[in-house]
Design a protein around this ligand. Structure first.
Ligand code: XMP
Length: 508
């Protein structure tokens, strides 16, 4: 599988480069800046190297460690921003601090419309984010573009192997950036398209067998798409040596446990559904503080999982961590395939198992594509995100089985009604929250004094911020009427019209 290596110099756009190339159907590997020459040289699939942007100066004391022997590999190179400067710095050019920085959308004059600049217009609009500039290049290279502050905004070696662009072709603000990257990948590096979900499944199956060998392995299923795909994939590689553990905390959405059983029963893994409802409800008895609830749930979950892992004599722990999880946790360095410990999901280090994350380099939509290839049901693919502590953080006050059932039933009504509307796909999350206050109502000519439900529906791109969803009143009315009609304990429904910030999506 032809592969483009993307060397990560800490630029926030590194994953975008990889994303673009994968969209073209070509495999990528993101590697840290201190990757050794051997790692790339020993990979027969390597067909080109991209050096990413980065925030530092190539001549600064704190410049990232880089094995310059990589530049002697007989492969084509594309340097972007920091990478553009790094190639010049190591290969006989000069880099200097610029008289002024260039930030944002910048006009570019294209001098030579060949190589990676093929197909561009004489004047282009590109996105810049730099202060240092390449001020001289070796005689065997030529300048291919310039801007007001970067006389050498792009260059190419005359033999067509080395290319540099000061601008960022990977961001959408560079109007024809895709063309530049495509020219490098197909025109210069001559990569063949190979990346399909099917080939990805095959290569991940091979990797999984390599990594796990004959060891017993365990995975926690949450019902979400990531852990489901990781389980389906690993089971394809090692069969029943994988035990998938699903802990039914009693705080799951309606039907979730049944669906997990139905989906995973047919796969060649060992499924263990642990009914732990009683343990969770008894641990939560009398607890009302949100953080205490989270801690109790997290600890009990880890204890139960650890008991299962011990029983199974598991040596490897598979986790469904995906690429964006790693970016969000501030992991800019490429994590190794296997780590001796891991803290994601609240699992303590004492777990002592090796962690394997087969989806670590994949983006959410790639994981969804894998789910389709692995024939996981549509319902798993379409699931809204759901918090680890489950319905407990949507029950204000004490978490009891009865109160959980009220929230669960209200959630079902909200989801059923929204699925009938064209808005369903635009909604990030929709759920019910049970308040600890009662209010007076009139139901069937009688005074009632019952619970209140909050309907929370939000839209968001990345969970960091969110807006309440501006749902038409008639749909809200239908939801409200069904909740008060069908759930006897509730006589009042309110709609949460707060954005995040200042509120969070969840209530606790
Ligand atoms: P907030 O409430 O912080 O939620 O706006 C943002 C997103 O994160 C989910 N969330 C959690 N997920 N464990 C999780 O796995 C948690 O403790 C947790 N708290 C919030 C929330 O459902 C929303 O999608």
């Amino acid at each position: 599988m032809d592969t483009i290596y993307v060397i990560d110099f800490g630029g926030q756009y590194c994953h975008l480069i990889s994303r673009r190339i994968r969209d073209f159907g070509v495999a990528t590997k993101i590697v840290p800046s201190d990757v050794s020459v051997e790692q790339i040289q020993d990979d027969p699939a390597a067909c080109g190297i991209i050096l990413s942007g980065g925030a530092l100066s190539v001549f600064g004391k704190d410049a990232p460690v880089f094995d310059a022997r990589i530049l002697s590999l007989p492969l084509p190179f594309l340097g972007i921003c920091y990478g553009h400067q790094l190639l010049a710095h190591h290969l006989g050019g000069v880099v200097r601090p610029g008289a002024a920085g260039e930030y944002g959308v910048t006009p570019l004059s294209v001098v030579s419309r060949t190589g990676i600049m093929k197909g561009l217009a004489k004047k282009e609009s590109v996105w810049m984010n730099h202060r240092d500039v390449v001020s001289r290049i070796p005689r065997t290279w030529e300048k291919t573009a310039s801007t007001a502050h970067s006389a050498i905004a792009a260059y190419a070696s005359k033999d067509g192997r080395i290319h540099g662009v000061q601008f960022h072709p990977e961001v959408s603000h560079t109007s024809r950036g895709d063309m530049v990257v495509k020219n490098f990948v197909f025109g210069v590096a001559r990569c063949k398209k190979s990346r399909s979900s099917r080939s990805l499944v095959e290569s991940l199956v091979v990797e999984t067998r390599d990594v796990i060998g004959a060891r017993r392995t365990i995975i926690g299923l949450s019902g979400g798409v990531d852990s489901s795909v990781a389980a389906a994939l690993v089971s394809r590689a090692i069969g029943s040596r994988l035990t998938a553990v699903y802990v039914d905390t009693g705080l799951m959405r309606a039907g979730e446990t049944t669906e997990i059983r139905a989906t995973f029963r047919s796969l060649p893994l060992k499924l263990r559904v642990i009914n732990a409802q009683k343990r969770f409800f008894s641990a939560l008895r009398g607890v009302t503080a949100p953080e205490r609830k989270r801690k109790i749930i997290g600890k009990l979950f880890a204890d139960i999982f650890l008991e299962a892992a011990k029983k199974e004599k598991a040596e490897v722990l598979v986790q469904g961590t995906i690429y964006s999880d790693r970016i969000e946790s501030g992991i800019t360095k490429h994590s190794s395939i296997i780590k001796s410990h891991h803290n994601v999901g609240g699992f303590p280090k004492k777990f002592g198992m090796q962690v394997y994350e087969p989806l670590r380099d994949l983006y959410k939509d790639e994981v969804r594509a894998l789910a389709r290839t692995l024939k996981l049901p549509q319902s798993i693919l379409e699931r809204q995100v759901f918090p680890g502590p489950g319905l407990a953080i949507r029950i204000i006050g004490e978490v009891t089985p009865d109160r959980t059932e009220i929230v669960r039933r209200a959630h079902v009504i909200i989801e059923q009604e929204l699925r009938l509307t064209p808005f369903w796909r635009s909604i990030w999350m929709s759920f019910a929250v049970l308040l600890p206050i009662k209010s007076v109502g009139i139901q069937g000519d009688e005074r009632s004094y019952r619970s209140s439900i909050v309907v929370r529906i939000v839209e968001s791109r990345d969970a960091m911020t969110a807006n309440f969803f501006r749902l038409p009143y008639d749909i809200l009315e239908k939801i409200s009427t069904r909740i008060t009609n069908e759930i006897r304990e509730v006589n009042r429904v309110v709609y949460d019209i707060t954005n995040k910030p200042p509120a969070t999506m969840e209530w606790e």
